[in-house]
Design a protein around this ligand. Sequence first.
Ligand code: ARG
Ligand code: ZN
Length: 858
Amino acid sequence: MRTEAPVAVQLSDYTAYPFEIEQVDLRFDLHPDATLVRADLKIRRTGAADAALELDGEALELKSIAIDGAPLPESAYELTESGLTLQDVPNAFTLVTEVEIAPSKNTALSGLYMSGGRFCTQCEAIGFRRITFYPDRPDVMSRFTVRMTADKETYPILLSNGTPGETGDVDDGRHFAVWDDPHKKPAYLFALCAGDYDVYRDQFTTMSGKVIDLAVHVDKGDADRAAWAMDSLKRSMKWDEETYGREYDLGVFNIVAVRDFNFGAMENKGLNIFNSAYVLADEASATDADFEAIESIVAHEYFHNWTGNRITCRDWFQLCLKEGLTVFRDQNFSADMRSRPVQRIKDVIRLRARQFAEDAGPLAHSVRPETYGAIDNLYTATVYEKGAEVIGMLRRILGEETYRKGMDLYFDRHDGQAVTIEDFYACFEEVSGDDFTQFRLWYSQAGTPEVSVEESWNPETREVAVTLKQRVPATPGQTNKKPMLIPMEMALIDDEGNMAEWITLFEDEELTLTFDLPEGSERPLVSINRDFTAPIRLKRNLDRETQLAMIRLETDPFNQWDAVQALAKQEILALSEGSQAEPDDALVDAIAAAVTGASDDPAFAALLARLPDVNELFLERQPADPVALDAARKKLQAALYGKLRQFADSVLGESSTQAYDPGAEQAGERALRTALIGLLAASGADEAGDRLLSLYKAATNMTEKLAALRGLAGLDGEARETALADFEAEWTSNPLVMDKWFGVQAGTGDAATIEKLAAHSAFDLRNPNRVRSVAAAFAMQNLAGFHAPDGSGYRVVEDIILKADKVNPALGARLLTAFEQWRSLEPKAKAEAEACLRRLQAADLSKNSADIVSRALG
Ligand code: ARG
Ligand code: ZN
């Protein structure tokens, strides 16, 4: 059966809901196979007198329905696959419905489901309609109370949003708990958890002296591994007070970790639910990257309490209103906890690899799209990461102080409301007196702007001229674009490192800046888009000498790093195209010198030693040949290792005697060590296998152990098998660590490897982390394997997607996005990718997946 792409929802179709839901009382009688949900909705008409009451509902079995105590005959309502409509309702009334649902059969992990034998929920974006009949849209905000009943022994802990109330025992070994949330909220922020957990507890005293009870709920035996998440939470709470003046607004804050979760985490009011991968960590089982991710995701969800929960989105087109802003906030939190330049570089690597790719392919859409087929597919790098960049530009244009004033006004004016991007910008226009009309094109125009640069220098007049030209590439549905307002930090730097710095607001198609330098001046270095001020692609034709000078003279750490990246990219491209057989010695020397020169800042040195990967090279040259790019990258890595061998020996030879600390300082040292381990693995050196195995054995933390294992996984031979077997035996009962075991093999292997991993007894289609550790690690991080010209990579992933999509549409659709770059591929892979997409289109896919496939082919 062929699946039709879903009907699109349009931003321009927005109309307000014609009723207010003043109060929601929910009663859950929790049983895994048959949970009874009773909803008492106190409703008042606010719109047209003849407006029907429309409620969303999906996979619900209606047991009873009554208005003001009187049961309704079937003729009084219309029940469909997607909801319930009541034509003639009074102006003010109470509607009571009872439905039955089956959490144990909910493998889509949307709504109320079971994970690890416990109840949990995921309602954003449209999961609440799988719990009860309700206007499941973010602009309907209401007060919720919840009463849960469950077996006391199996589910001793019962949690929901807000403040805990009455508890007690009822018949048959069951007990109940009541929760009351005093804050009005949309249904997508509803949450419920029930089960037996170990609890890690602490307290936080807010700036006004209120004491908040904090708790992180985890699997039995995992409590100690929740310490870092708790520490991150307390630092987040403090940071939001200090940086944005935002205080927490309930007496309790709960986090629950669940094993089976479609995303990273969810900001439900007072009850954040997390993928356990972003809660649990200790030195032995988690890498520094895990610790960092936990810190930033805990912060992200906590920050949503103000940017998302207190002020929410009017409709899902406004998703970036909460997500872009909250990512921006969490990125700045991480920068304050660690190193600001290092954080910036990491954020840009991610943006370029994921968002630029999205912007350049068939799935491109604007930060605030005007249409969508399936809402789950709107949780994209563009909405999140580009959305965050736009806020960063806004702050840069306004300056810190005015930005903060605008945020204060936003919180003040819109607290308790569901609003739009226009409402948000009105606050900044008011405090600054500026007009952000052109700037807001960042929300409506998709595609990554390209800025080309031409420079000239007249030694007689000592005049520097810099001409900038901008162009926004065409994207699906958008062919003609207007010039954007691009803020760019710039500088002129002389060869002593002196400089003049300013910010250019580049708003026309073309702009020429000229500078007359004083008598005796030499040609200066022109530094553009410092700190990656704007999310653009800069096109610059610099000669090698200038590029090398940039590495030496740049005073902006981002641009200094990027100068090394630019050289490495050119070199990898030249090697991949065969226009050059071997890496240029002088160039490799320069990269090596940059690495060793930065060794007093090991985190930065690690970033310099990390060569751009295939994801970042993909867009540089079309058509792209991932296999050739990967081989060329390894060649350059090997050459770099050759230059850094002594340095690597000395760095890797030192073993730390300090007690493990996940903080930035030690993590930086480990980052350098792991970067060098990566180079060693790519070096092709005879002794690499043995060295890696002994590093693997000697490693006292997961960061270095995994780096060595990843290196080994990419080699052939006995050392590889020994390490993989050892790792599996040691960690077989820890699912998060086993995800890493699957991930390193998928990240380095070919289709045959994937087939083997998917046949492993621990591969589980119902666990998204596990499926991603195989299919996404391969299709999204191992582009040479996935885009194999014979199509084997596509076929093996296709197979997993078809199965995963049946179980869990959100997961299937997410994996499918790996195909988004198919049009830019070399002809062989391109033909295979297209054939695969056509097969998928003809298959019986979920609505979410059909949406991606039809757009990818579109
Ligand atoms: N709001 C969650 C966050 O903090 C993510 C929810 C994802 N939901 C979805 N349907 N994709 O980012
Ligand atoms: Zn978020």
